[in-house]
Design a protein around this ligand. Sequence first.
Ligand code: FE2
Length: 279
Amino acid sequence: MGLSPAQVTKYCRFGFVVLENFAEASACDRLRERAEEMVSAFDPAVVSVFSTQEQSHLRDDYFLGSGDKIRFFFEEDAFLPDGKLKQTKERSINKIGHALHELDPVFSEFSKTPALRQLVADLGIEDPLLVQSMYIFKQPKIGGEVTCHQDSAFLYTDPIDIAGLWFALEDATTENGCLWAIPGGQKEGLKSRWRRVSGGGMAFEVFDPTPFPEERLIPLEVSQGTLIVLHGLLPHKSLANRSPKSRHAYTLHAVGGNSRYPEDNWLQRPAEMPFRGFD
Ligand code: FE2
């Protein structure tokens, strides 16, 4: 259980560590089944076109209000010009977020395990709080690109004290849109922060306008059950999926409970539903 000293060293050096066979195939399949049930019960009339590339969600209350809910976000290419879905809703969903781990028993059981608690402790994150969970579909043919970013830009803490846990629920390859990351890129500082601005909406505060050195990206091709642990400052991305295979993943973000979590981060919780840890 937990991380070996060599794995912690790798994480500190490269900004990520790949843990093969972390989750049982049956546990991955259970999450996939549960996500399928949720989508099937969801009424797509309540939709929001979500596109990371165009940041079209910037002023989207549906997105900004999803920190304490389970909400459904669609692929940008999922819609016809008249607003109707091109394919079934099951093949049109981009992701579900952002409090699956709190509100759904199946996701909660997967997320709040002694193994993950130990792993996060081994990263040096004290009194962790699980702030965000997402089920990402990366649909066949229409799964959109997620451009190069740092998770700390969206879930900022002072000091930077966050890890992303990315679970491959299916094999992820360069064909179906696996993660790409810049090894060691976490040492080069935070480039920007996405903040709530007074009067509503969001804006990027830019600290370093130079582009990410994307020529240094390497693909992280992994099989089902692999957990990739990502430092909050690690630049990473995933390409569009034009293949006939989906690439389902589940992600969870843990922040240190003693670090400041600003009120102008996009993801907020109401007073009656504060962030919780692995309890
Ligand atoms: Fe990310």
